[in-house]
Write a protein that binds this ligand. Structure first.
Ligand code: PMP
Length: 286
């Protein structure tokens, strides 16, 4: 079955969806994106993604081409026509194609390019990695300084994933000024006793939708939350470590730069948080 994708108002077979070579997304990485998970055919934390999308667009002085209700309708249509039970919807808005390549933004009346597509991931919530945990290495964070904007310029995170792959592990954590910023495509946490420690929000990290939800659930479950930076040394000596993202949910980290974290297997705090997160988010899914 060929996949149906969305391009600028039309639902098309993927092979027919074409974008101009002058699109600023292609030439300049001038665009933003969101990834929303789908479980049992429903969208997880959709409202959170809409709020962040609006903020990313506004920080780049781009108009939001759709209302939240319109975005929801497009997402739902793609999930339905592609019969997605478990998987994700990828959304991207770029500044479009005014014609000639120019560093300056084109005038406001240029129509943005809007692309959405689905990816099926059967059994997404039962990812076996959640049972055994993942391993990470640390690498320097040399990304730009506006990591709070969810742009499509993902080359360095891709290099970070490749560095992990070459090292025989699952992912990389970025380190800047001696402390962890975040993972290549996720937020990073450690656990000490009943306390969850994760870096405070700023333009140094992406403001994870999953992060916000998990911290809220942690407080509701009487866990302590401390928002501050931590070093790799501190993480290696922690009781537990984990990451969060819209597609990995809550995922234990059991090894950092070759050193086992805690017992070297997923701990009970991360297991509990994952369970609460999935339960609550399934209930609130649209
Ligand atoms: N940080 C980075 C750099 C990311 O790419 C992501 C994934 N979008 C996250 C954190 C986690 O954000 P979210 O929970 O909203 O998926």
């Amino acid at each position: 079955m060929t996949r149906t994708v969305y391009l600028n108002g039309a639902y098309l077979p993927e092979a027919e969806a074409k974008v101009s070579i002058f699109d600023r997304g292609f030439l300049m990485a001038d665009g933003v994106y969101e990834v929303t998970s789908v479980l049992d055919g429903k969208l997880i934390d959709f409202g959170g993604h809409c709020v962040r999308l609006a903020r990313s667009l506004s920080e780049l002085e781009m108009q939001n081409p759709h209302s939240d209700a319109e975005w929801l309708a497009i997402h739902r249509e793609l999930v339905a026509v592609n019969a997605i039970e478990d998987g994700m919807v990828y959304l991207q808005v770029t500044r479009g194609n005014p014609g000639d390549r120019d560093f300056a933004y084109p005038s406001d009346d240029v129509t943005p390019t809007v692309v959405l597509f689905t990816q099926a991931k059967p059994g997404l919530a039962d990812n076996p990695a959640a049972k055994v945990g993942i391993k990470v290495i640390s690498i320097p964070d040399i990304r730009w300084g506006r990591r709070d904007i969810k742009t499509v310029q993902l080359l360095y995170p891709s290099m970070g994933k490749m560095a992990a792959k070459k090292a025989g592990v699952d992912d990389s954590w970025f380190v800047e000024d001696g402390v962890v910023t975040e993972g290549t495509s996720n937020n990073a946490y450690i656990v000490k006793g009943n306390k969850i420690i994760t870096r405070q929000l700023s333009s140094d990290i992406l403001h994870g939708i999953t992060r916000a939800a998990v911290l809220r659930f942690a407080v509701e479950a009487q866990m302590e939350v401390e928002e501050r930076a931590f070093s790799i040394d501190e993480a290696q000596a922690a009781d537990e470590a984990f990451i969060t993202s819209a597609s990995a949910f809550v995922m234990p980290v059991v090894e950092i730069d070759g050193a086992a974290v805690g017992a070297g297997k997923p701990g009970h705090v991360v297991a509990r948080l994952r369970e609460i997160y999935l339960d609550e988010m399934r209930k609130a899914a649209v």
